[in-house]
Design a protein around this ligand. Structure first.
Ligand code: NAD
Length: 477
């Protein structure tokens, strides 16, 4: 298998080209380096038909066999992490070691989910009856993922959906389809034809998919604006939906932190993956007692950090993944400058690549665009606060509710703040940690439903309650 060329879709176990293609750009150079198939409606129909046909057998395949296939998939992925990692860096931009880590992390995720179970719940076992609640697969899942974590976020859907007995048609982002096309090609060695179909296409493909009547469920990760369109399309025939959407996550740093200890971790929480991370710290609230020290420490880290082409050794932060996002992030920085705000920056290469220096905006007002909008790029607004209730109100003053973080030497107080934050996840003295066994989902307009953990697995099933009446014992005499 050649990871460097010949990108084709996997439909019903076959490798399929399309009449038309889309160009894939390396964000570190701004130049196209490959093409991916642009699926037609016919390709989509064939993928759904293959998934429908495969599901009949797959749902009856014993769960231990499905587990074994997921573990074999993990092994294949791990065995190809070097080739997959390189391709990941070329299309996504992330530095090579971290790109490879996404592949090995996805393998570990498949294994962790393979160890999960779909227990039958017994809600009554009386003399009169036994009631069993079973969890059946839904059917064919439509999976749509974005470009920031193109493999991990796909595997978050593939592993539980397949374990539960569903089959899938997955669509990567038009900006980053190549790795998932190749991974689907690779997994043909371990998955029966039609169980996992991966198709690539242009902007038209997502709406075609969400309108397609062959799907029982849509599992979507992307922006809140698109998530609303997905939910609207799903309403037509009441497809089940799980939506993992945008965020504008606040981290709150209390006065009692040890700045030297926490600065590097707060920095990573804000800038990891060049801040193209749904749960990145996107608003940093710092108590006035430690504000200046923490700001200076973060600016020093931003100045030292090397931004560049992810294939170059020593680069810690890659480019913005695509041109529209690059322009959006530059516009936010420009807006901050034009509004007279203090913009503190490291450096980044000049040229055709979509590089943005790591940027901190010093104490902007709450109304600044850089505070109210999800940047999804390396621009961190950092704000002073004095009183805890005031900062909790400011943190919650958002339509989003994805995640948040609290940094404090007083864990009990931090837990109180965690309970007051209107988000689906809160980290205390850490961030970005998302293990497979814990539900993850957004409050408010950051999502609908959850992924991961037992609750996430159950979202790929429907409950069926079976009532088994017990014969009345024959009367004596
Ligand atoms: P996006 O919404 O533009 O695109 C996401 C996916 O949806 C892509 O595959 C795209 O082709 C597809 N799509 C676009 N329009 C569609 C439509 N009308 N119907 C169906 N599909 C459609 O998002 P993006 O720019 O790729 O990703 C960035 C956003 O994703 C950010 O807001 C980020 O916070 C969010 N995100 C959320 C999570 C999470 O788990 N909550 C994780 C990663 C990213």
């Amino acid at each position: 298998m050649d990871w460097r060329s010949d990108y084709r879709m996997t439909i019903g176990g076959e490798l399929v080209s399309a009449d038309e293609t889309i160009e894939i750009v390396n964000p570190a150079t701004g130049a196209a380096f490959a093409t991916a198939p642009r699926a037609s409606r016919g390709d989509l129909d064939r993928a759904v038909a293959a998934a429908v046909a495969a599901q009949k057998l797959w749902r009856r395949t014993p769960i231990d066999e499905r587990r074994a296939r997921l573990r074999a998939a993990a092994e294949r992925l791990r065995g190809h992490s070097a080739e997959a990692g390189r391709l990941f860096t070329l299309e996504q931009g992330r530095p090579l070691p971290l790109a490879e880590y996404e592949i090995t992390g996805a393998a570990a995720w498949l294994e962790a989910v393979a160890a999960m179970d779909l227990p039958v719940e017994v809600t009554e076992d009386s003399a009169a009856r036994r009631i069993e609640v079973h969890h059946e697969p839904l059917g064919v899942v439509c999976a749509i993922v974005p470009w920031n974590f193109p493999v991990a976020l796909a595997v978050w859907k593939i592993a539980p959906a397949l374990l539960a007995g569903n089959t899938m048609v997955l669509k990567p982002s038009p900006f980053t389809p190549l790795c998932m096309l190749k991974i689907a090609e690779l997994l043909r060695e371990v998955l029966p034809p039609g169980v996992l179909n991966v198709i690539s296409g242009g902007d038209e493909l997502g709406p075609w998919m969400t309108a397609h009547e062959g799907f029982a469920k849509i599992s979507f990760t992307g922006s809140t604006a698109t998530g609303k369109r997905v939910m609207e399309a799903a309403a037509k025939d009441l497809k089940r939906v799980t939506l993992e959407l945008g965020g504008n996550d606040a981290a709150i740093v209390l006065a009692d932190v040890d700045v030297d200890k926490v600065a590097a971790r707060i920095f990573q929480g804000a800038f990891f993956n060049s801040a193209q991370l749904c749960v990145a710290t996107k608003r940093l609230y710092v108590h006035e007692a430690v504000y200046d020290r923490l700001r200076d420490a973060l600016v020093a880290l931003a100045t030292e950090a090397r931004v560049g082409d992810g294939l170059e050794p020593g680069v810690a932060f890659g480019p913005i993944q695509n041109r529209p996002q690059y322009e959006r992030v530059l516009a936010l920085i420009e807006d901050a400058r034009a509004s007279g705000l203090t913009v503190l920056q490291g450096s980044a290469p000049q040229g055709q690549g979509y590089f943005v220096p790591l940027t901190i905006v010093d104490d902007p007002p709450e109304t600044a665009r850089v505070v109210t909008e999800e940047a999804f790029g390396p621009v961190l607004p950092m704000m002073r606060f004095t009183a805890l209730d005031e900062v909790i109100r400011r943190a919650n003053d958002s339509e989003y509710g994805l995640a948040g973080a609290v940094w404090s030497g007083d864990v009990a107080k931090a837990v109180e703040v965690a309970h007051a934050l209107e988000t689906g996840t809160v980290w205390i003295n850490e961030n970005l940690h998302l293990p497979p066994h814990t539900p993850f989902g957004g409050h408010k307009q950051s999502g609908f439903g959850v992924e991961n953990g037992q609750s996430g697995l159950l979202e790929f099933t429907r409950a069926k309650s079976i009532y088994i009446s017990k014969p009345k014992p024959a009367r004596a005499g």
